[in-house]
Design a protein. Structure first.
Length: 437
């Protein structure tokens, strides 16, 4: 397969501005679903073939592309849209009923590993086509509300209750402009999507669906390890992993650096009681300290004035972050410089002294701020899941079905990107050749 140089071949606005039928045709042309089709056809055997497997599958994909909330609205679309019927493969045949889709979804859930294989195959192809795919990753969790009746003592399956879902709670907190702490608690009944995306291309890399109460940190560790095991080329490339303070976990930071040499850019919770508290390093002559956010300070030995030291960089071989005396870095007048053991010198701090605060990209640096802004990429993917793929309002019940539907939506994101790249490949290759010559 030809390797495509580091060029962005598509913008999401480009894909979203396509008509529904164009997007569906793009997906049908490039989705590697033949193995799945053969498996499902073999499973059906010699039974009735009123509604062919391939037509049912194509129409199910169209339901995601056309943003249908459920099978009922999809059926109405099929009845009034002759072009869609022909494109899906129904032709002059009669239209399936809702129970036909229920059975088909049940068949897909029995062979979910084949659906997951499509996601993995497209992911691997994108990894080959885009040399910078996976260099920057972002992770987050997303609440998915269930419209079903909450589970109670009656555990009988009646089509109205969701026996797999439960209640999740998430707390948001911060400090306002006046310095006052605030806290907001959100609760929901349903599920939680745990997601890792490419922060540059805004494409999904790995995901999991759990009950709403599942711990985000534990699930994120599993996802990182899953990528490392199943797609090691992505973790080999990954330079930075970004997440919000909900993933402020020493184990996540250690796994990323120790196992994959990936720098964690994860917001930190303020667990210290005193605002603006600075703690001293015991082995630094009692003149070097740090705050909750890992910023390094020095104290003048004569006047006791505190100054922020200048971050100089990360030394990978030594696994240390390096800071410079403020007099050396900024030219400040320090009266106690002659008696300071760090006068015009560097200091080095090993990141394993406190992996949460002393990170390879220092929290006090401009680079940390730039990288952290890329976290919004996963929020935009989550927004597309809600607004474009219909999970803000849905009628899905049961964890297996939820995982299938979310998996289909994320798979379609990947396939649309793959199709757009492949369609533009000849033009891009010609332009690159002309530049080289």
């Amino acid at each position: 397969m030809a390797i495509i140089p580091q060029i962005s071949f598509f913008e999401w606005e480009e894909i979203e501005n396509l008509g529904d039928l164009e997007r569906l045709k793009l997906i049908m042309d490039y989705i590697p679903d033949e193995d799945l089709m053969r498996t499902l056809e073999k499973s059906r055997g010699k039974g009735r073939d009123d509604f062919p497997i391939r037509a049912m599958w194509n129409s199910l994909l169209s339901g995601v592309v056309f943003q249908h909330e459920g099978e009922s609205s999809l059926l109405r679309e099929l009845k009034r849209n002759g072009q869609l019927r022909i494109l899906c493969g129904f032709g002059g045949r009669k239209i399936p009923e809702s129970y036909n889709y229920s059975r088909f979804l049940g068949l897909l859930m029995e062979h979910y590993e084949e659906v997951e294989k499509i996601f993995d195959d497209v992911l691997k192809e994108l990894t080959e086509l885009l040399p910078d795919f996976g260099v920057k990753l972002a992770g987050d969790g997303k609440a998915i509300q269930s419209v079903a009746i909450r589970k109670n003592k009656n555990t009988e399956v009646d089509g109205r209750r969701d026996l797999d879902a439960n209640i999740g709670v998430k707390t948001y907190s911060g400090i306002d402009e006046k310095g006052n702490k605030w806290e907001k608690i959100m609760s929901w009944f349903g599920y939680k999507l745990h997601l890792i995306v490419d922060a540059v291309y805004e494409l999904p890399i790995a995901f999991e669906i759990t009950k709403a109460s599942a711990a985000e940190g534990s699930e994120m560790k599993k996802l990182i390890k899953k990528i490392g095991d199943e797609n090691p080329e992505i973790m080999d490339r990954c330079e930075v992993f970004t997440a919000d303070r909900g993933y402020d976990d020493t184990d996540i930071i250690k796994i990323l650096w120790k196992d994959y040499k990936t720098k964690a850019v994860i917001d930190i919770r303020n667990l210290w009681k005193e605002k603006g508290e600075v703690r001293m390093f015991e082995n630094r002559y009692n003149i070097i300290g740090y705050d909750n956010f890992g910023e390094i300070f020095c104290y003048c030995p004569e006047t006791g004035i505190r100054r922020a030291m200048s971050y100089t960089g990360f030394e990978e071989k030594r696994e240390t972050i390096k800071y410079t005396c403020p007099q050396k870095a900024y030219g400040v007048d320090c009266k106690g410089c002659e008696n300071c053991p760090y006068n015009n010198k560097f200091i080095r701090i090993k990141i394993d002294e406190d992996p949460r605060r002393f990170t390879p990209i220092a929290r006090s640096s401009y680079k940390w701020d730039r990288e952290y802004k890329k976290r919004t990429s996963v929020e935009r993917v989550n927004s597309r899941i809600d607004n474009i793929y219909g999970f803000e309002k849905h009628y899905i019940r049961g964890k297996k079905k939820m995982k299938l539907k979310v998996g289909l939506a994320l798979m379609i994101m990947l396939v649309m990107a793959l199709g757009r790249i492949k369609e533009k490949q000849p033009e891009k290759m010609r332009s690159l050749l002309s530049q080289v010559s």
